[in-house]
Design a protein around this ligand. Structure first.
Ligand code: GLY
Length: 348
């Protein structure tokens, strides 16, 4: 494969050919992050060398103030590299990136702005944004600057207030009025409908509040994570094998596409959550995560070596409404699957 050095793997096309992305794509950090995890697991210096090389392709995103996805992009790559291998210079990249992300905090709203304003949405904030807070909590600990902590807590609280329905499912997009700070719209972008429960969004929320409880010890974040977990696990449309349909309210269930990425993110979050509660509840979460790992490790989802463009998992969904990346391998499904396996391994 001839590849330009600023490109990263993204998925495959219908002919099975690798599709790449630039470092500015929100998923750029997942492949280098996977390499760091494989180095952590194996100690194989070839993985470390590859991880250092691929991670360096993203460095310029430290100055990107046009996206909220810097947590995914920089913390999965540089963050893991710093944690696992203490690579020189990585903490500087991360601190610059954390300051770039913090420029998107809107005090009048109490949230980090996700996407830039566009027709119909003055200040869109998506549930996925909960995933960027681990990065800012690292920046708080590293620098001692409490403004990072305050941003994370305020964003999490505003999201509890406005993104969640009474059953603890979440909207995908909440857009705010930039002058009054009030909610202007609650909609979807990647889900089936504004009132549906887009599966990966539920997983992002579950993972995000689990992290925020770990990082702050605030009970309300544990409560929120437990409510989300219970919504997902007990949903009548959750399949027996525990890999969600792409949307819990997809109209063509049981023929709707599954989303392996939603299952992998959920499994990883549940393993962490299982250690935060009493053993009976913890075991019940762990059983679900085990089931998800077993399903994802079955021939239905796990690619044969050398197939699937060399991605690990099949059957993820990027955006069905956007007709993009439907039933394909995706780097984040692989990243969170590896993470779930490593987390599970630590328990046994
Ligand atoms: N953060 C975008 C997605 O989950 O598709």
């Amino acid at each position: 494969m001839k590849e330009k050095p600023d490109l990263l793997p993204r998925t495959i096309d219908t002919t099975g050919t690798l599709v790449t992305s630039k470092s500015s794509w929100w998923c750029s950090g997942f492949f280098p992050g996977s390499l760091w995890y494989l180095y952590e697991f194996s100690g194989d210096e070839n993985f470390r060398a590859a991880a250092v090389d691929i991670t360096s392709r993203i460095e310029k995103e430290r100055n990107n103030t046009g996206t909220h996805d810097l947590g995914f992009m920089l913390y999965c790559s540089f963050g893991n590299g710093l944690r696992i291998s203490n690579e020189e210079g990585y903490s500087n990249v991360l601190m610059t990136g954390a300051h770039s992300l913090a420029t998107r905090y809107r005090p009048e709203i109490g949230c980090i702005q996700s996407w830039n304003s566009r027709i119909g949405w003055q200040c869109p904030v998506i549930i996925d944004n909960m995933m960027n807070l681990e990065f800012l909590m690292w920046a708080f600990r590293h620098s001692g600057d409490s403004s990072f902590y305050n941003i994370c807590v305020t964003h999490s609280d505003t999201t509890i207030n406005n993104h969640f329905r009474h059953d603890y499912s979440s909207y995908h997009v909440v857009s705010y009025d930039t002058i009054t700070g009030r909610v202007e719209k609650k909609q979807t972008h990647q889900g089936y409908s504004d009132e549906s429960a887009w599966a990966r969004g539920q997983s992002w929320g579950l993972y995000g509040y689990t992290v925020m409880y770990r990082e702050t010890g605030l009970q309300r974040y544990l409560d929120q994570a437990l409510h989300i977990a219970d919504f997902m696990i007990n949903h009548p449309n959750m399949p027996e094998d525990m890999i969600p349909y792409w949307d819990f309210n997809a109209p063509d269930i049981p023929d709707a596409k599954r989303d392996a990425s939603a299952g992998a993110v959920m499994a990883s979050a549940l393993i962490e959550l299982s250690g935060m509660v009493d053993s009976v509840k913890g075991q019940s979460y762990l059983k679900v995560a085990e089931k998800q790992i077993r399903t994802l490790s079955s021939p239905e989802y796990l690619a044969k070596q050398g197939e699937n463009g060399n991605f690990i998992l099949k059957h993820s969904v990027g955006s069905i409404p956007g007709k993009s990346e439907v039933d394909v391998p995706l780097t984040y499904a692989d990243y969170y699957f590896i993470e779930a396996l490593l987390r599970y391994r630590k328990l046994i």
